[in-house]
Design a protein around this ligand. Structure first.
Ligand code: COA
Length: 376
């Protein structure tokens, strides 16, 4: 059994920055509304010549340089995206070619959750000994599918790419536990109505079938249902409690969702990594970009245990407990002596459920999803 150790990380975002004040000029919104309801202040938007492949390649090169691997070392490339350059060829093959790698490559579509799905998938190839070095990328130019006249969605999204290199290790490291989830019953709440079931035509385009449409309230409720629950579940699967976790890196969709999850998990916001103010929701790129920034800012370091948790279209969700570097002896000893995973899962889930009931009880006057944290 091998562990998939994360040895490199990198990111790339487009040069162009669109602030909330810029959006005030094109749609009926305000900086105050966007900041107080989402935590977003600005986002990066791809310009001419910037593509999902080009940003992925830049992020991948940074991650590979950090890991000290060259393209010939790569055994597999996994690209999580909902905004590939083309329907065919797969953007993963374009990236493989542009990197100069000679290995398998595939594109994985699981909405904003895609990167964590990719991480868990990469870990399987490494655990079995099939592959030694896997590149996982989360990349989106999602703003190409945003209706800039729809204030419900256009203020939320941004573009970017993040990448990590995962390498085989014999010591406990990398993905210690994961959970993948899907509930297609909620598919209608976050949708782009273009594809085989609704093929491109003048009519479909005139109706805006190529734009992201979202029932924000339903997605908000879904996110506050799954985020903390899934994090608690996966922390338990690793035989840990939330106190053993150094940092939680959640999908950056709405700061209020992250605040609710922190309360449900019983942790302070210091333990949550939040960078949504600068990037908005970059979908599958949000978690690897956040990981990269957390490393750059010293918010997490080799030896730390972090939890990545994503949610999005599908509806889908996924979580992973990741050991950065190799656990030191003291922490390994702690890990060996913790109660079994089954006990931990039960304890963690009960705690989250109890806190959620408490939060809901306190929100009788104002439903959970309409709670607003005022910011300047
Ligand atoms: N600027 C100003 N007003 C806006 C607005 C904007 N950009 N967008 C919506 N509004 C208005 C609505 O029209 C509504 O007005 P009304 O009361 O007159 O009808 C009011 O603000 C409240 O809308 P509501 O949808 O209840 O706001 P909300 O507090 O739920 O926040 C979201 C909206 C989209 C920010 C929030 O629901 C959300 O973040 N949902 C999750 C989205 C998400 O995570 N998506 C990606 C998943 S990967």
């Amino acid at each position: 059994m091998f562990y998939g150790r994360i040895t490199g990380w990198g990111k790339c975002v487009p040069e162009k920055v669109v602030t909330n004040f810029d959006l005030e000029k094109i749609v009926d919104t305000s900086n105050e509304w966007i900041v107080s309801r989402t935590g977003i202040r600005e986002r990066h938007v791809a310009g001419d010549g910037e593509t999902t492949a080009s940003m992925s390649v830049a992020a991948a090169r940074a991650a590979m340089a950090k890991a000290g691997v060259i393209p010939a070392d790569l055994d597999l490339i996994i690209v999580a995206t909902s905004s590939p350059d083309y329907l065919l060829p797969p953007v993963s093959s374009m990236i493989q070619d542009q990197l100069g790698a000679r290995c398998g490559a595939f594109t994985l579509v699981a909405g904003c959750t895609g990167f964590v799905y990719g991480l868990a998938t990469a870990q399987q190839f490494i655990a079995t000994g099939a592959y030694k070095t896997v590149l996982i990328i989360g990349a989106e130019i999602i703003t190409k599918f945003v209706d800039w006249t729809d204030r419900n969605t256009c203020v939320l999204f941004g573009d970017g790419a993040g990448a990590v290199v995962m390498q085989a290790s014999e010591q406990p490291s990398g993905v210690l536990a994961f959970e993948l989830g899907s509930d297609g019953e909620g598919a209608e709440h976050l949708k782009m109505n273009l594809g085989v079931a609704n093929p491109p035509s003048h009519k479909v385009i005139d109706e805006g079938g190529h734009f992201i449409r979202m029932n924000g309230r339903e997605v908000f409720k879904f996110a506050t249902r799954v985020l903390a629950r899934s994090a608690a579940e996966v922390i338990g699967r690793a035989g840990l409690s939330i106190d053993d976790v150094d940092l939680v890196i959640p999908h950056q969709a709405n700061e209020r969702i992250i605040e609710v999850a922190a309360k449900q998990l019983g942790i302070s916001m210091d333990k949550m990594f939040v960078n949504i103010a600068k990037y908005g929701n970059t979908s599958a790129a949000s978690i690897p970009i956040a990981l990269c920034e957390a490393m750059e800012e010293g918010r997490c370091k080799e030896g730390d245990r972090i939890v990545m948790v994503g949610f999005g279209a599908g509806l889908t969700w996924a979580s992973a407990v990741v050991q950065l570097g190799v656990a030191d002896e003291h922490r390994l000893a702690m890990w060996r002596w913790v109660p079994t995973a089954t006990m931990r899962r039960a304890q963690n889930r009960v705690k989250v459920a109890a806190r959620t009931i408490g939060l809901k009880a306190g929100a009788v006057v104002m439903p959970l999803y309409t709670r607003v944290t005022k910011r300047g």
